[in-house]
Design a protein around this ligand. Structure first.
Ligand code: SF4
Ligand code: SF4
Length: 119
């Protein structure tokens, strides 16, 4: 789930169509992919923000959000119903990976399609 400042921004598609995605009515990207990031983004490292108890190891150098490494994928911090109304329980502390997905980018569209949401 991206930065609040980008939520609901208009998105221009290759075909010239315009579509608005409201992340707070979506949440699909929090329930499709393994949300992994460098281990030091967790709060057991200096400057880390993601609560380490909400993460699982991925190899020796990375962690992922619990709930995103097994099927069906759903981050433990995703609140609400995908495609209806959602929120992130650690919004201000979420990882760089969470922040990197932008409405309308390839990851977003893949996630929305997976959940049967319009693209
Ligand atoms: S899949 Fe796209 S629209 Fe949905 S929450 Fe993620 S970035 Fe926002
Ligand atoms: S931490 Fe928040 S933004 Fe990141 S995957 Fe989980 S619910 Fe989504």
């Amino acid at each position: 789930m991206p930065n609040a400042a980008t939520q609901g921004n208009g998105v221009r598609h290759e075909k010239g169509l315009s579509m608005e995605f409201d992340c707070q009515q979506c949440g699909a990207c929090c329930a499709v992919f393994r949300v992994s990031f460098y281990w030091a983004e967790a709060d057991d490292a200096p400057g880390g923000t993601v609560p380490v108890d909400l993460t699982e190891p991925v190899g020796t150098l990375h962690r992922c959000m619990r709930g995103t490494q097994t099927k069906p994928v759903r981050c433990v911090m995703l609140q609400g119903q995908v495609g209806q109304s959602v929120a992130c329980g650690i919004y201000e502390q979420r990882s760089s990976t969470c922040r990197s997905v932008q409405p309308g980018d390839a990851q977003c569209l893949k996630a929305r399609l997976h959940h049967g949401l319009p693209v």
